[in-house]
Design a protein around this ligand. Structure first.
Ligand SMILES: Nc1ncnc2c1ncn2[C@@H]1O[C@H](COP(=O)(O)OP(=O)(O)O)[C@@H](O)[C@H]1O
Ligand SMILES: [Mg+2]
Length: 378
């Protein structure tokens, strides 16, 4: 199988240099390249920000500015480029090379000494090293999530213990009151509600424990997702109204959306999503975008999966934050605002059901959370 073409960006303000570089690349037979040439600092910066390449070669001399200036601008703008940058240094000064590496360059070459062979090596090795580095980073992030989930587990088990006892007392008293007033239907009804709610809390804590331990709950069942959404909607409808948010429910033929899940956690996932969207819309309103706010939910059936999209017109999420969303305890809300567990737990719960969650967002426009949940077999 032929290897895919390698997309190379060359930032160099000299046309002759570009032509030389192009001919050097064309002499490498083992790989095919497509070159994009940026002939100025500004054009280079623009391409780095908005296009994707496999590798970038950056000339140190760029008119008034230099390659080092561009490298430091990349750092200041926090552009985390997913590909390596190699500095082409006309004179090979050691201190320039050192500074370039410090600023994140993957390697440096003395321009006049570049041969097709050395270019090929540098391309292969810098791309490989970066790939390895990213894999390590992903593994570290995964480890951190595991560690934090372990602390969620600890929290949940102490919660289960601390809350379990008083809950038991409340439940027992409710049953007792009910028994003492056998003829009072109203009391009986109220006490049953109390008992029902207590059972719900206990169930939720149990699910939280299971999730933290990475176990699939033993109560996976066939659930009607629209019904769950309707129930959650009734809990949040006041907050929606207060903020003038329209809820656009496009779940389609409601009876069809039957998923294999666990009822309390599924409800909790939608409570988290609604509450995040409401917070985000409140933030958008505060920043001056005051009208036409909505939360829209849609469903799509793909083979054995239901894809659900939950979209809002809120403040959006910066790419920096997007990377951290599923980390337990990651929150941008101040004290009392949030625990940073909503998405982390939702993600984890979905994982145990063999579902997934992805988030796409655009700052100042809104956010779309995409969930997939396996269908229940009928
Ligand atoms: N719909 C959304 N719009 C904008 N930001 C969001 C949205 N959902 C989540 N976030 C961001 O992700 C962070 C983590 O969310 P979450 O795990 O639910 O924790 P919490 O809501 O307690 O902060 C939030 O603090 C917020 O910054
Ligand atoms: Mg939340």
């Amino acid at each position: 199988m032929s290897e895919p073409e390698i997309k190379v960006l060359l930032i160099d303000d000299d046309r002759d240099d570009y032509l030389t570089f192009e001919s050097l690349l064309s002499e490498i037979n083992a790989r095919k390249f497509s070159i994009t040439w940026a002939s100025s600092y500004d054009r280079g910066l623009e391409l780095l920000q908005y296009s994707i390449f496999d590798i970038c070669f950056l000339n140190h001399e760029l008119g008034i500015k230099s390659g080092l200036d561009l490298l430091s601008e990349i750092t200041t703008r926090k552009l985390e480029l997913p590909y390596p940058i190699v500095l082409l240094n006309g004179y090979g000064e050691f201190d320039v090379d050192l500074e370039a590496i410090r600023l994140g360059a993957a390697d440096c070459l003395v321009r006049d000494q570049v041969t097709p062979y050395c270019l090929d090596r540098v391309i292969r090795y810098t791309m490989f090293r970066l790939k390895q580095k990213n894999e390590l980073k992903d593994r570290d992030a995964q480890l951190l999530i595991q560690e934090r989930l372990a602390s969620v587990g600890l929290l949940a088990s102490s919660l289960a213990h601390e809350i379990g006892t008083p809950l038991g007392v409340i439940r027992g008293r409710a049953e007792y009151v009910s028994l003492r007033h056998p003829d009072d239907q109203q009391i009986k009804k109220d006490m049953n509600i109390l008992i029902g709610q207590v059972d719900r809390i206990s169930k939720l804590i149990r699910s939280l424990l299971n999730v933290a331990k990475g176990e699939v709950g033993d109560s996976l069942q066939q659930l009607n997702l629209s019904q769950v959404v309707d129930e959650v909607y009734s809990l949040v409808s006041q907050a929606l109204q207060r903020n003038g948010i329209s809820f656009i429910n496009e779940l389609g033929n409601k009876l069809d959306i039957s998923v294999l899940a666990d009822s309390e956690p599924l409800q909790q996932i939608f409570i988290s999503l609604f509450s995040n969207s409401i917070h985000a819309i409140e933030a958008a309103i505060e920043s001056g975008r005051s009208s036409n706010h909505f939360i829209r939910i849609r469903s799509e059936e793909v083979d054995e999966i239901w894809n659900i999209s939950f979209e809002d017109s809120g403040c959006g999420i910066s790419s920096d934050h997007l990377r951290n969303l599923f980390r337990p305890f990651f929150t941008t809300k101040g004290i009392g605002g949030g625990m940073g567990l909503g998405l982390a737990l939702s993600y984890r719960v979905l994982e145990t059901w063999k579902g997934t969650m992805q988030v796409e967002s655009s700052v100042g426009v809104g956010t779309q959370v995409k969930i997939s949940i396996p269908k229940a077999r009928r």
